[in-house]
Write a protein that binds this ligand. Structure first.
Ligand SMILES: Nc1nc2c(ncn2[C@@H]2O[C@H](COP(=O)(O)OP(=O)(O)OP(=O)(O)O)[C@@H](O)[C@H]2O)c(=O)[nH]1
Ligand SMILES: [Mg+2]
Length: 491
């Protein structure tokens, strides 16, 4: 597969493991039929973590497998046994990988520096078992919390590739042929000038060293004054460790010979500027052609006299290529060793809205019109609590109501004018919808007990439920006003 440009991009679906469910269990022993709650917690799901490995230079590995999943946490069990955690999946990415949410286009992280990490899809939290849910007011909970689902998203990984070695030379000197001969890239090759319109990038492996080479579109005399195509592309090799002059020794053209070609290209590089300090290698190419081999032989000493190592090569026969790539690797390694190691950014970033900032929840009245309206409650805590709730268990629903009230959702709904029987949706797209049945009425009279949750009486319409509560309330008030209600027998 050809690598078409300098940007390597791949999309990947990542999915954190689900949290294990908590366990509801009661300790049993001979002669002690009812011990305390002993259900263990579910284990957290594993996360998908991206981590920079400076030895990687491409995203090719990700082109092969486009879905990555972490394992689920195990459910808790009786006798206080916690479920085991799911395992994290750590994906190694090259330095400089930019991670975006592929659906929204939001940049999640710019991963730079060895060891920089991003938890890109967090595993779901395990649910608490009933042992952990016990409190002085709820000594033996008959329910446990559900494990949460792991995060799932489609991400794009993008790498702006820096060329380690830049190939420069006249059109048709064989630069693209050289990229093709020493890497897996398959750029277009043809015997007319300016075949290459944008640089091609190839990954070269030479012993322990992996590096990238780029062929800059052909340069000609006057390139710096706008002639030809290649000049603008020199910026792509501004950060390279070394330059290789690719020189055609097989083609006879007036005014052209290896030494003057070298001088012309050097003059254009000087006009561009910024590349003076970069080490150079010279490849005298097309040595498979007999006359070319002879010419290479003749000019070898003169080229070497400029102080640059010279290689007589052929991209056709492969002659001299091994020596050339090992010489490139040496320059690349030397440059890498000389560069100060980037400070590793060990901050663990998390996608999504910042947690723990702003109000815990928001409430909006939505959808007024023919279809009626809904009070939409949003917030990471209430939405999480809903996901943790086993709606088949009345006690678990009562516990959810307690949690929602504790952060003031019910009071806020009453403040906003919500009435019993109104629809309340907690969450976004896959919201859970309730009938609003306030437990605390205006005036803070507590009219029903937790655990006998009115909302569970699905067979009774909400309005009827409200009426019965109202009736209860009015009965109490009337009795109190009449002085006949025995509220506190001790007084
Ligand atoms: N005989 C022979 N021909 C070669 C060799 N290397 C390249 N060529 C030929 O030279 C021509 C130009 O090769 P390219 O690799 O396209 O040259 P380039 O330097 O990338 O040219 P531009 O992209 O136009 O700047 C093609 O016809 C190649 O087949 C070689 O080692 N021996
Ligand atoms: Mg080319």
């Amino acid at each position: 597969m050809a690598i078409p440009s300098f940007v390597d991009r791949v999309t990947l679906r990542v999915q954190g493991g689900n949290g294990g469910h908590g366990c509801a269990s009661v300790h049993r022993e001979k002669f002690k039929p009812l011990g305390g709650p002993d259900g263990g917690n579910g284990g957290d799901g594993g996360s998908i973590v991206l981590r920079v490995d400076p030895n990687l230079t491409t995203l090719v590995e990700f082109h092969r497998q486009s879905v990555r999943r972490a394992t689920n946490g195990q459910p808790g069990r009786g006798d206080h046994q916690a479920g085991s955690r799911g395992e994290d999946v750590v994906l190694s990415v090259p330095d400089g990988t930019v991670v975006t949410d592929a659906d929204s286009g939001t940049v999640l992280a710019d991963l730079t520096g060895a060891g920089a990490e991003l938890v890109v899809a967090a595993g779901g939290k395990g649910g608490l078992g009933n042992a952990a849910l016990a409190s002085s007011s709820r000594k033996a909970p008959g329910f446990a919390l559900l494990g949460e689902e792991g995060e799932e998203l489609l991400i794009a990984l993008e790498l702006k590739v820096v060329a380690d070695v830049g190939l420069v030379g006249y059109p048709s000197a064989g630069k693209s042929s050289l990229v093709a001969a020493i890497s897996r890239a398959r750029p277009k090759i043809a015997d007319y000038p300016f075949t290459t319109l944008i640089p091609n990038l190839g990954v070269v492996v030479a012993g322990e060293t992996t590096f990238t080479v780029a062929d800059v579109p052909g340069l000609i005399e006057g390139a710096s004054e706008g002639r030809g195509l290649g000049f603008d592309f020199l910026r792509h090799i501004e950060r390279c460790a070394a330059l290789v002059h690719v020189i055609d020794t097989a083609t006879y053209l007036p005014g052209r010979d290896p030494l003057s070609d070298l001088d012309v290209i050097e003059a254009e590089l000087a006009a561009h500027g910024g590349l003076e300090d970069r080490p150079r290698l010279v490849a005298l190419n097309k040595a498979d052609v007999p006359d070319a081999a002879e010419l290479a032989e003749i000019v070898h000493a003169d080229v070497a006299a400029r102080g640059w190592p010279v290689f007589v090569v052929s991209t056709k026969s492969g002659q001299g290529l091994n020596e050339l790539i090992f010489a490139m690797a040496e320059l690349v390694s030397a440059r890498r060793a000389a560069q100060p190691a980037a400070e590793p950014a060990r901050i663990v970033l998390r996608p999504g809205p910042a947690r723990g900032t702003g109000p815990e929840f928001t409430i909006d009245r939505q959808g007024d019109g023919d279809g009626g309206f809904v009070w939409r409650v949003k917030g990471s805590k209430p939405e999480r609590w809903v996901r943790q709730t086993d709606f088949g268990n009345p006690e678990a629903v009562g516990y959810l109501a307690d949690r929602l009230n504790r952060i003031g959702i019910e009071n806020k709904l009453l403040d906003l004018g919500a009435r019993a029987g109104d629809a309340v949706a907690i969450g976004g797209e896959d919201a859970v919808v309730f009938d609003f049945a306030p437990q605390v009425d205006v005036g803070a009279e507590i009219l029903s007990r937790r655990g006998e949750d009115q909302r569970l009486e699905e067979d009774r319409p909400a309005a009827q439920r409200r009426r019965s509560k109202d009736a209860d309330y009015h009965a109490r008030r009337e009795a109190r006003e009449a002085g006949g209600w025995d509220e506190d027998p001790g007084a």
